[in-house]
Design a protein around this ligand. Structure first.
Ligand SMILES: [Zn+2]
Length: 285
């Protein structure tokens, strides 16, 4: 089967309240989360793009605190990685949150692969989801949307995997590599810590630095340990803030993705900044 390499393209940062992405209990703790696009490279120079980053002016600044230096502007990043947007034929869109759709318009000749369910729910978003959507960025692109329903084979070695929960029609991307199947999670989990069982070290570090109550937590406290042991015995995920549309669904999604993945690539983990090429630089279990 064809093999590919994946490059995380850093395109900016959100300074986010943990209360939004993890739990209302965590309000008050802030963290810088990177915003990525991903470049899938095949043999012979083939390039496929995943997601479209954000436009600064379309993101509510009081919630997401977006910031990027000039070298992280999307056109600059694409140039640095040798990507001519006009020559890209396929863009795979994990979901239609505004940090994934901002620059889709640059890819003027590409088919945009999106779940049909995602389009419907993002044009008429429910409740709090509305702060994460900017339909004005993509309504004009609808004629080039390829509407997908469920799991879908894009081409040899690349599959879309229906992965709802973060949003109604969210999808992940499964890519065949020399290290087996790499799963670009999208926002099914923002960070490695979101798969608590598979990455217990990352999960514990997040809890320890204040991820639950907005203050440092003593991990040696027996009561804390007892609570955490319940998390590890029962759950894949570690956080379920308002940014998750459906907590029950995200559990099933994470179990499904975890079972098929040899290499995990979450949506917004700072660890990915140092991984220039995956799987070459991938050093996690
Ligand atoms: Zn999202």
């Amino acid at each position: 089967m064809k093999e590919y390499r994946i490059k995380p393209l850093l395109t900016g940062w959100f300074n986010m309240n943990w209360g939004l992405i993890m739990s209302p209990l965590a309000s008050g703790y802030f963290a810088d989360l990177p915003v990525f696009m991903f470049l899938i490279e095949g043999e012979g120079g083939e390039q496929i793009v995943v997601d479209g980053s954000y436009q600064h002016d379309h993101v509510p600044k009081f919630i997401f605190g977006p910031h990027r230096t000039p070298d992280l502007e999307v056109p600059e990043v694409l140039k640095a990685y040798g990507v001519d947007p006009l020559s890209i034929e396929k863009v795979l869109v994990t979901h239609l949150h505004h940090d994934h759709t901002g620059y889709l318009h640059l890819f003027e000749n590409a088919d945009l692969y999106v779940q049909e369910e995602e389009v419907l729910n993002s044009y008429f978003p429910m409740g709090y989801q509305a702060v994460g959507c900017a339909p004005e960025e993509w309504v004009d692109l609808l004629p080039r949307f390829r509407l997908i329903n469920g799991d879908f084979n894009v081409q040899e070695g690349i599959d879309l995997v229906f992965a709802p929960g973060h949003t109604a029609g969210h999808q992940a991307v499964a890519v065949n590599t020399s290290r087996g199947k790499a799963i670009i999670l999208g926002d099914a989990a923002y960070m490695y810590a979101g798969l608590a069982k598979r990455f217990p070290k990352q999960f514990m570090e997040m809890i320890g630095r204040g991820g639950v109550a907005g203050k440092e937590i003593d991990l040696s406290d027996p009561e804390v340990q007892e609570t955490l042991s319940r998390v590890f015995s029962a759950r894949y995920g570690g956080y379920f803030g308002p940014s998750i549309l459906n907590p029950g669904e995200i559990m099933r999604t994470l179990a499904k993705l975890d079972a098929m993945a040899d290499v995990i690539i979450p949506g917004h983990d700072p660890e990915l900044v140092r991984m220039k090429v995956i799987p070459d630089d991938y050093d996690l279990e």
